[in-house]
Design a protein around this ligand. Structure first.
Ligand SMILES: Nc1nc2c(ncn2[C@@H]2O[C@H](COP(=O)(O)OP(=O)(O)OP(=O)(O)O)[C@@H](O)[C@H]2O)c(=O)[nH]1
Length: 880
């Protein structure tokens, strides 16, 4: 502590004694002088009077200092020095008065004993020495013997010295006292403001001191604790342990304890306290047990909450099916859940803590693994570093397992940066989920979306996707890209005859054959229905070879459930050219080429050319127009007479269709029937023609009964024939029209009949039973099996006009007709020659025994009115 010190003054330490001593000194001195004057009737000299007056003034000053002015004014060093000097002067002056012998030394001793009390020690020494010297000088002057003045001289020195020592001691005590008071005040201030409780107890735990915090913390005020009988109540769970510690503290000198326990607050709730106790019984000043007690209820609550949260978090982590882990900046695992630990063969978080991904990979490594543990760890580490360096989470990474054992598994991983309070990245949080189930389903869905369910081949969407990239690659590398578009021929009849399940089996087998017939590098897709597309980098020539291989493979007999069928396919081939901008362009051209193959007789391959394109475009437009032709009454019929080559009489007519399109004009059946065949329109159109024929013939039969068995022939396509309701519809038309059934002839081309002879035989037999006559059209152009031909329930063979035209020019045609005639005779069939255009034709045909002829020589197709005129006129055509 820094002491306040007046310059030259031995401070206030001895000031209280000085004030009293100086008052007594002056009072007794004045009294002494007055007594002497009074007792000895002295008459003081003027100097003596002055000295006495000074003494009185000094007495007054001391009086004032004692009672009123305790301030520094009258304790000022200079003032005190002056006062000492004046007092010494007054005493010396009075001593020299004749009437006052031996006066100086005792009073000067008093001066020497009083002033050092308040003077600084060095000044005090000077004052003492000065007073002793002055006393000595006076005594010498007064003639006092050495034996008398020497003791007084030493007494002056000793008394002065003692006064100095006393002042010093007083000063030290004063400083110590002041220090103690300050400390006391500070301690009280701290004890008052702190939230910690400070308690000092005796050895029996009786509280000797407690600060006010006690009341704040447990609700009891100091008095109640100090003087009352109240004892804070300890929680039963903590009581024994806490008391044991207190006993230990008391019984062990210098010991200290630390205890956490609950104490009941005055209002009943429990307060958590943290007590530190020190045994200071050995310290005489304290002589007790000192306790510092802190209210840790809030901290304890927070700790409990934290503990609860930690337990909850642990449970959430461990119950979570995902692998959850935390790594520090060095890539060391710090936190992990049980799923993660289990996955990598660790039994606890502690076991895993501190390990790196390299440690784990080394542990998991297996010889069969495709990647080395180093490679795997590097990749994972790379991801972690990226997250930590950029601070951007890596989310939704979906990857298959790394190790051989989990290659089939899929994992979804997200990695998030972890930051400290200042925002610096301190590690990463990783969450990895096994998504194998979902992924498998997704892949399955994706697979299903891109594959045909029946054949498992890539579907149209897959084809288009592949085609997009194949076109790009082909253009970049300038390599060829060729498409083969296959459509099975008359596949509908297979379904209709043997059912869809059978058709499915055929499709599956055909797909296999197509795939097997091609190198694995070629891409085979099911385009839809019975259409397949092959993408290959082959040239056109190579593609043609492949097409033949496919046709060959497909046409091999298919046998399921003891049923054998032979299915053929038509193939269109198109090569990628600069005109093809999008996949649809190439598909369109290959499709067009395939149609060409169909039109040219099926079971063949055609290569796309530009002319074909415009034709197929027109074909497509006409197809649309034809769909509305019936309802818009754009179709009409014509009747071409069939003339007896024996007598030139009209034996019947072939009903020919006409389409008068507002858009395309008059279109011949040769052009629009194939289109109707393709689109399926041939079925309703054919039925309409049949209805026209029956109605018209029935009407003629009623009007002209004499016309007898004049027939009307209607063309029936294979599609119609195989249509499930064809038979019933024909029967209904016959019944409704009332026509004589055997006057209606159904003409089926040889090619159609032989496409599926077994079914054809069955259907024709049923039709035959209705009474209809059946003709095999264009005979000679197909490849009829004689075995089947024999079984077909037909009545008429129609010789194709191509052979008739060659009658007079080609020996081979004449031979074919001769053979046909022989066959007809053998099978007892009527014969009709088409395309009779010259008299020579008639002559030759008559010679060969042909029954009927039709052609421009006799008549072009006639309108219904013209035909009717012909009937009623019984006209005969010249035949010679
Ligand atoms: N069994 C079966 N048949 C199918 C499937 N997809 C399409 N089809 C049939 O395949 C036939 C396709 O007929 P189209 O191509 O129109 O005609 P087509 O009879 O093959 O005759 P052309 O193509 O003109 O030679 C229809 O009868 C469809 O019902 C399938 O998945 N399974």
């Amino acid at each position: 502590m820094k002491e306040t010190r007046l310059s030259g003054v031995n401070a206030v330490a001895g000031s209280d004694i000085f004030r009293t001593a100086s008052l007594l000194l002056y009072a007794t001195l004045v009294f002494h002088v007055v007594l002497l004057i009074y007792a000895r009737h002295l008459n003081l000299s003027s100097t003596g009077v002055l000295a006495a007056t000074i003494l009185s003034a000094l007495l007054f000053t001391a009086f004032v200092r004692y009672f009123w002015l305790r301030t520094s004014l009258l304790l000022n060093a200079k003032f005190l020095l002056c006062e000492a000097g004046i007092a010494t002067f007054a005493i010396a002056t009075l001593s020299t008065q004749n009437a006052m012998p031996a006066l100086p030394m005792p009073w000067l001793i008093a001066i020497a004993g009083v002033f050092p009390l308040v003077l600084h020690s060095r000044i005090g020494i000077v004052v003492i020495a000065a007073v002793a010297f002055i006393g000595h000088s006076i005594n010498v002057r007064l003639g006092v013997t050495i034996s008398d003045w020497l003791p007084e001289f030493f007494a002056t020195i000793c008394i002065g010295w003692l006064a100095l020592l006393l002042a010093k001691t007083l000063n030290i005590n004063r400083i110590a006292l002041s220090q103690a008071r300050t400390n006391d005040r500070r301690f009280n201030a701290i004890a008052r403001v702190t939230r910690h409780i400070f308690i000092i107890t005796d050895a029996d735990y009786q509280i000797k001191f407690a600060n006010p915090a006690l009341q704040d913390v447990i609700g009891y005020d100091q008095e109640e604790i100090l003087y009352g009988s109240l004892q804070p109540i300890l929680h039963p769970e903590d009581e024994e342990e806490h008391k044991n510690k207190l006993r230990y503290l008391r019984n062990t000198p210098h010991a200290s304890i630390f205890s956490r326990h609950r104490t009941q607050h005055r209002d009943g709730h429990w307060v958590w306290l943290e007590t530190r106790g020190y045994n200071m019984l050995h310290d005489s000043a304290i002589n007790g047990l000192v306790f510092s007690i802190e209210d840790i209820t809030l901290r304890k609550d927070a700790e409990l909450k934290l503990q609860e949260e930690t337990t909850l978090l642990r449970a959430v982590l461990d119950l979570n099916p995902s692998m959850i882990y935390v790594k520090d900046r060095e890539g060391r695992f710090t936190i992990s859940n049980q799923v993660f630990q289990k996955r990598f063969g660790y039994s606890s978080e502690d076991e895993l803590r501190g390990k790196t991904v390299y440690d784990i990979c080394m542990k998991m490594a297996n010889e069969e693994d495709e990647f080395t543990s180093q490679q795997i760890a590097d990749e994972i580490q790379q991801q972690d570093l990226q997250v930590m360096e950029t601070g951007i989470p890596l989310q939704d990474i979906e990857m298959p397992g790394f190790w051989h054992s989990d290659m089939h598994c899929w994992f979804h991983t997200s990695k998030y940066p972890l930051r400290d309070a200042k925002g610096a990245t301190i590690g990463i949080l990783g969450v990895t989920r096994d998504i194998t189930k979902r992924k498998t389903t997704e892949l399955q869905i994706e697979y299903q979306a891109l594959h045909d369910i029946l054949t498992d081949l890539p579907n149209r969407r897959y084809l288009v996707n592949t085609l997009v990239s194949a076109m790009e690659i082909s253009r970049q590398r300038q390599s060829s890209l060729t498409m083969l578009f296959c459509d099975l021929d008359f596949f509908k009849s297979v379904n209709d005859t043997h059912g869809h399940d059978f058709g499915d089996k055929c499709l599956i087998e055909i797909c296999k054959r197509v795939v097997d017939a091609l190198p694995p590098t070629d891409f085979v897709a099911r385009f839809g229905g019975n259409e397949f597309v092959i993408l290959t980098n082959s040239s056109l020539a190579e593609a043609s070879v492949k097409a033949n291989a496919i046709m060959q493979a497909v046409s091999e007999p298919l046998i399921f459930d003891s049923i054998a069928v032979k299915i053929q396919t038509s193939i269109g081939i198109a090569q990628l050219s600069p005109d093809h901008q999008v996949p649809a362009d190439l598909i369109r051209d290959a499709d067009a080429a395939m149609y060409q193959a169909k039109e040219r007789g099926r079971n063949r391959a055609e290569i796309y050319d530009a002319a074909l394109q415009s034709k197929s475009a027109k074909h497509a437009r006409m197809d649309v127009a034809l769909r509305f032709a019936l309802e818009r009454n754009e179709l009409s019929v014509a009747y071409q007479p069939k003339v007896s080559l024996a007598d030139g009489s009209v034996k019947g007519f072939e009903l020919l269709l006409r389409w008068n399109s507002p858009e395309y004009g008059l279109i011949s059946p040769n052009e629009f029937i194939p289109i109707a065949e393709t689109s399926g329109m041939v079925v309703p159109i054919g039925m309409w023609a049949m209805e026209q024929a029956c109605k018209q013939l029935a009407a003629w039969q009623v009007t002209y009964p004499a016309m007898g068995n004049v027939t009307v022939a209607v063309n029936v396509s294979m599609r119609q024939l195989l249509h499930t309701s064809f038979f019933t519809q024909v029967r209904d038309i016959l019944n409704n029209s009332g026509v004589i059934p055997h006057t209606i002839e159904l003409e089926i081309t040889e090619t159609s009949a032989m496409a599926n002879p077994l079914q054809t035989i069955e259907t024709l037999s049923m039709l035959k039973r209705l009474g209809l006559r059946l003709a095999l059209d264009d005979f000679g152009t197909g490849y009829s099996s004689l075995a089947y031909l024999q079984k077909l329930p037909i009545d008429i063979l129609k010789i194709d006009k191509a052979f008739v035209h060659g009658l007079d020019t080609k020996q081979s045609d004449r031979e074919i007709i001769r053979l046909v005639m022989a066959l007809a005779q053998t099978l007892n069939l009527q014969t009709v020659a088409e395309g009779v255009e010259t008299a020579a034709h008639i002559r030759e045909l008559k010679k060969m025994g042909c029954n009927l002829g039709q052609g421009f020589l006799f008549s072009p197709p006639l309108s219904v009115e013209q035909a009717e005129t012909l009937i009623c006129s019984s006209h005969r055509f010249p035949i010679d």
